[in-house]
Design a protein around this ligand. Sequence first.
Ligand code: KG4
Ligand code: ZN
Length: 342
Amino acid sequence: MNAKKDIITLAIETSCDETSVAVLKNGREVLSNVISSQTDLHKKFGGVVPEVASRKHIESMNAIIQDALDKANITFDDIDNIGVTYGPGLVGALLVGVATAKALAFGKGIPLVGVNHIEGHICANFIEYKDLKPPFVCLVVSGGHTHLVYIKDYGEYEILGKTRDDAAGEAFDKVARALGLGYPGGPEIDKLAKIGDKDAIDFPRVYLDNDSYDFSFSGLKSAVLNYLNNNKQRGVEIKVEDVAASFQQAVIEVLAEKSIMAAKEKGSKIIAIAGGVAANEGLRALLKKRCEEEGLEFKYPSKILCTDNAAMIGCAAYYDFIKGYRADMTLNAVPNLKLGQR
Ligand code: KG4
Ligand code: ZN
């Protein structure tokens, strides 16, 4: 009797400022997940500079692929499919990953799968929880995206709501910048929020219409900026940790309550979170508590799987691969690729 052959996926992620290559076995077992962050390079500009990001991806790529293969103890000959992020993201950055994946796929005759970055974030939960199966509700909150999604099946999504303006992570980064904190701002605010008073300032909770799952964070961001300007003008001392804690609370309450509302409407017993902002300790603690109160299960990936990494892309690629999806040599970067679009 033939033992079922394992499927080995090589995954490449370059949509923003992390160059990452991972190797996975059967979609959910991570053999290696090498992440080279460019944060230090972009820090002095206060945000990601697209052209700098693309150039750095090119410089790093070959060594990171080799490192990922070595750590997984495999060679190119062991790879059954290559998954690559082709959108959404920065076009130049995405192109480096796509061109690399196409070259490898063509040169070695390995099937190629194009992956949506947001879908990758959601799949981080499948790596973290080996028994997790759809359907469930997932809140995807990152620097570029804020989506509330019903995961109907592997690769099948119903978007319940999304941000109408800033992404949650973008709001964190902009407020952090106004507070004179470093880039990226989310982790800095998260740290300060632990020592600040979350009830010190009553920033607006923007729920939009009662039954909408959409989000809006630009009004909240303006409220924080106005608060800072007014107090500066009046010479009132600003307690940065209280601003951080109060702002974070206004964001996470809305994120948590809308997720719970969505789970109830969909009859989902599970709420999962994903994306860089899912690393936020305040959000994790609040959703854990609220899910316990509502009798729901709460799932959250470890922090390294929340922020950008190729392992999550490999997991998404695996499920597409076993369904028969294949990309050809016309695969191109799609900077504004939507979830569910191919
Ligand atoms: O998923 P990600 O690495 O990249 C995108 O796809 O956008 O997310 C990066 C975002 C940044 O806005 C960063 O400030 C935010 O995630 N972030 C956090 C935390 N860690 C990262 N936001 C709040 N609290 C955190 N602990
Ligand atoms: Zn991301």
